[in-house]
Write a protein that binds this ligand. Structure first.
Ligand code: GUN
Length: 292
């Protein structure tokens, strides 16, 4: 039986991201006052509804803080060669600070080649191997938005990673792997679990912090966590009744955890504010102002 009588505290990404956006809007204004515009270009290939909705969300967020955003929307039949040419133009365009290629791309396009072609100084998604290599070496770089948002959230709540046991479920290039590196660089000991992991519970039960993002509702149940664990839910799932939920059995896990992110309102908004943060950083780098 659980001895933790109280509900977990909510890691409120929604309200934190609103506060972060206020600060970012001031930074953008400050850059404008110096004659520097901040502009993000988002490339969308095809009409995947989830991608379209994410891209729209990013554009709205840019607008809220005064960042200009441009959308290049291509038909899903675009060739890899043509897409590389378009990215090359953006790399050379002095009016574009950040470039983001919305994933997934159609199968006939090699995503790795495309991501590698984005100029590392404009790579606000941090997916160019130059930036992921720097992250691995613990050198300042563009860090992918979701892991960066999670680190920002933990910092805000004074949750230290030093000496902590962490289990990450999901080993994607977008979230799991960069999150692993960020947490490792911050002094945590990490288990990274994936589709071939035989016994998830073995890893989650010993974890002080469990991060889960694989797109499977209720994957993390209360019996899989230890008392007072901190739970970061990176999943987004739409149930048949239209309800949006994460990968965590929130109702039961929140009774045993000490802190938990809600879905929606947790990691999602923190991802968006981290992207804005990276876009401002790209404008500063290109205008050689201090990155801090
Ligand atoms: N598709 C799902 N997540 C992401 C992301 O963080 N960046 C991009 N570019 N595409 C995604």
């Amino acid at each position: 039986m659980s001895s933790n009588q109280s509900e977990a505290k909510i890691l409120d990404g929604k309200s934190l991201s609103q506060n972060i956006e206020k600060d970012l809007a001031l930074e953008v204004q400050n850059l404008h006052n110096q004659g520097i515009k901040v502009c993000l270009c988002v490339i969308l290939v095809g009409d995947n509804p989830a991608s379209t909705s994410y891209v729209n969300m990013k554009a709205r967020a840019c607008k809220r803080v005064g960042i200009e955003s441009k959308l290049l929307h291509f038909d899903e039949t675009i060739t890899q060669k043509k897409l590389l040419e378009e990215i090359d133009k953006l790399n050379k365009d002095k009016n574009i600070n950040g470039i983001l290629v919305q994933l997934p791309l159609p199968r006939h396009i090699e995503a790795g080649k495309i991501l590698e072609s984005v100029d590392a100084s404009k790579d606000v998604d941090g997916f160019n191997p130059c930036n992921s290599g720097k992250l691995c070496a613990n050198i300042d770089s563009f860090v992918p938005a979701t892991p960066l948002g999670i680190i920002n959230l933990l910092k805000h709540y004074n949750i230290s990673l030093e000496g902590k046991e962490v289990a990450i479920i999901g080993a994607s290039n977008i979230v799991g792997k960069p999150l692993l590196l960020l947490m490792l660089n911050a002094g945590a000991t990490i288990s990274i679990c994936h589709i071939l992991t035989k016994d998830l519970k073995l890893h989650t039960l010993k974890a002080d912090i469990v991060c889960v993002g694989v797109g499977k509702a209720n994957l993390l149940s209360a019996d899989m966590i230890k008392e007072n664990a901190i739970i970061i839910d990176i999943g987004i799932n739409k149930l048949e009744n239209g309800k949006i939920v994460g990968d965590v059995d929130f109702e039961n896990v929140s009774k045993k955890a000490s802190y938990i992110t809600p879905v929606p309102g947790g990691v999602g908004p923190m991802t968006i504010s981290a992207l804005l943060q990276n876009t401002i950083k790209s404008a500063k780098i290109q205008n050689t102002i201090s990155k801090n």
